[in-house]
Design a protein around this ligand. Structure first.
Ligand SMILES: Nc1nc2c(c(=O)[nH]1)N[C@H]1C(S)=C(S)[C@@H](COP(=O)(O)O)O[C@H]1N2
Ligand SMILES: [Mo]
Length: 197
C-alpha cells in the first residue's frame, strides 16, 4: 500500500529529486567567505573586463545601473552540499557587458575586491548563463553575500560566483583561481559532481 503523503511533502520530495547528486535543500542562506568582507563604496566601485593589452572595458556604478537590468530566478548549489532553490536576483547579463568586447580567448579569471579569484571558461559566462548581480530577494545585495555586486553563474558550483567582483580577465589558457589551487575542480559542474580534483 502506498504511504499517504501531503501535497507539501510530495512537492518537497519532487523538488529534492531535482537537485544535483549529493545535495540537500536548505531554506537558510549560509555565508561562505574565505576571508573578511571587503567594504567597497559605490563611489569607488568599478568593474572591468580585461581582454588583452590596451583592451580594458571599465564600468562605474552609475554606468552599470544604466545598462539593461534582468531579474533572475535560479537554484544555487554549494560544493559543501547545500542547495537553495528559487533564489531571486537582479543585475546585468554578461552578454550585455561583453557586447563590445572582441576576444578569441577561451578562458577567464574572475577577480574580487579582497583578492579572491576563480576561473571560468568564457563560454560559461555567455548565452544568458551569468550575470553581475546587485540585488538579492528584492533588496540591495548584503555585503556578506557579495555586495555591492557579485558574479552569479548558477549552473556551476557556487564558489565560481565570485562575491565583491571587480573584474574578469580573459586568458588564452586555463589557470586555477583561489579554491581551484586548493583542490577544487577546474570546472565545477554540480550535475557531474565535479567537486574536487
Ligand atoms: N570573493 C569571494 N567570493 C566567493 C567566496 C569567497 O570566499 N570570496 N566564497 C565562494 C563560495 S565557496 C561560495 S559557496 C559562495 C558563497 O556565497 P554566499 O556567502 O553568498 O552564500 O561564494 C563564493 N564566492
Ligand atoms: Mo562554497
Amino acid at each position: 500500500m502506498a504511504t499517504p503523503t501531503s501535497g507539501f511533502t510530495g512537492r518537497r520530495q519532487n523538488r529534492d529529486t531535482d537537485l544535483p547528486p549529493g545535495q540537500y535543500l536548505t531554506g537558510s542562506f549560509p555565508v561562505m567567505s574565505a576571508g573578511p568582507t571587503p567594504r567597497v563604496s559605490l563611489a569607488d566601485w568599478t568593474f572591468r573586463i580585461a581582454a588583452g593589452p590596451g583592451r580594458t572595458h571599465l564600468w562605474n556604478w552609475p554606468q552599470l545601473q544604466a545598462l539593461p537590468q534582468e531579474d533572475i530566478t535560479t537554484d544555487i548549489h554549494c560544493v559543501t552540499h547545500w542547495s537553495k532553490v528559487g533564489t531571486t536576483w537582479r543585475g546585468v547579463s554578461l552578454d550585455t557587458l561583453f557586447e563590445d568586447v572582441g576576444s578569441d580567448a577561451e578562458y577567464s579569471m574572475v577577480h574580487s575586491y579582497g583578492g579572491y579569484t576563480t576561473n571560468v571558461p568564457l563560454a560559461d559566462l555567455l548565452d544568458g548563463r551569468a550575470w553581475i548581480v546587485h540585488e538579492f530577494d528584492g533588496e540591495a545585495l548584503p555585503p556578506a553575500h557579495g555586495g555591492p555586486a557579485r558574479l552569479l553563474v548558477p549552473h556551476l558550483y557556487f564558489w565560481k560566483s565570485a562575491k565583491w567582483v571587480s573584474g574578469i580577465h580573459l586568458m588564452d589558457q586555463d589557470s586555477p583561481g583561489f579554491w581551484e589551487t586548493n583542490g577544487y575542480n577546474m570546472y565545477g559542474d554540480p550535475w557531474r559532481e565535479e567537486r574536487y580534483w
